[in-house]
Design a protein around this ligand. Sequence first.
Ligand SMILES: NCc1[nH]cc(CCC(=O)O)c1CC(=O)O
Length: 303
Amino acid sequence: MKNIRIGTRDSQLAMWQAEWVQSQLTKLYPDLNFELVSMKTKGDKILDVPLSKIGDKGLFTKELEQGLLNDELDMAVHSLKDMPTLLPPGLIISAFCEREEPRDVFLSKNGVRIEDLPSGAIIGTSSLRRKSQLKHYRPDLSFMDLRGNLQTRWRKLQESDMAGIVLAAAGVKRLGWEERITQILPEDIMLSAVGQGSIAVEIDEKRSDIAELLSRLNHTPTEQAVHAERTLMRKLEGGCQVPIGALGQVADGQIVLRGMVASLDGLRLIKAEAKGTDPETVGIEVADRLIDLGAASILAEIR
Ligand SMILES: NCc1[nH]cc(CCC(=O)O)c1CC(=O)O
């Protein structure tokens, strides 16, 4: 029986996602054997520095990509959100799996909603996107850097005087933590990260055999939405280390894309929106509108 190697990081969320891909492929192709190969990435090893300070592209992906290029892996499963908008030469995303809930959620220690927190309450997050938007919404809150996998972040919340943490709904749901959610943050307050909620499967572009297997895992509306989001991100030259949010929603072949850029202090926050049928055009249109409204100077200050 032919053996196909699926690369993944070894965090609980990454393993859940890779096992999900493995089980989907096993159902579709019962005559093939799908093996999980787990690896640690630089992002898993450096845990005491906010991602925005490490400033490296592909922190969570590079080791797996090396595996693809060295023929140690046949495919690599990632959270799309963790993938740079430009991939290393020779690699492609072969499947964008159907997106889970894309929004962020608030996990509060005592079940207090974000609008009801007292002034000065501490929120745990290292994400510039989350911090900037929350500062804009509640300038009276405080923040504490918080990194590590989801288990670590939940444990730190319990052990500290933080009032709550903000996480992606998708990861929280995949770990079965729904009952820990205090509230889903509406996208008007907290626009999610580019690609959030979608699992991407990356391959060597020469492996048409693997691409054929994966074509059945691709979800076209998700692909269109995230294509528009990633086009916007590329045009603004943002990585996951800048306060940019974007959410594409597809209905009847129309893509509605919303984008957001904010300053680190949350004082300036710009939003723009466009709709259309071509993801690239829509992505560029929203990026251009954001630039017209001052996004370039906000981003230049941050870099
Ligand atoms: N930055 C880490 C990361 N990468 C993807 C997810 C969630 C899963 C997803 O977006 O598909 C998370 C955790 C989080 O931000 O709460």
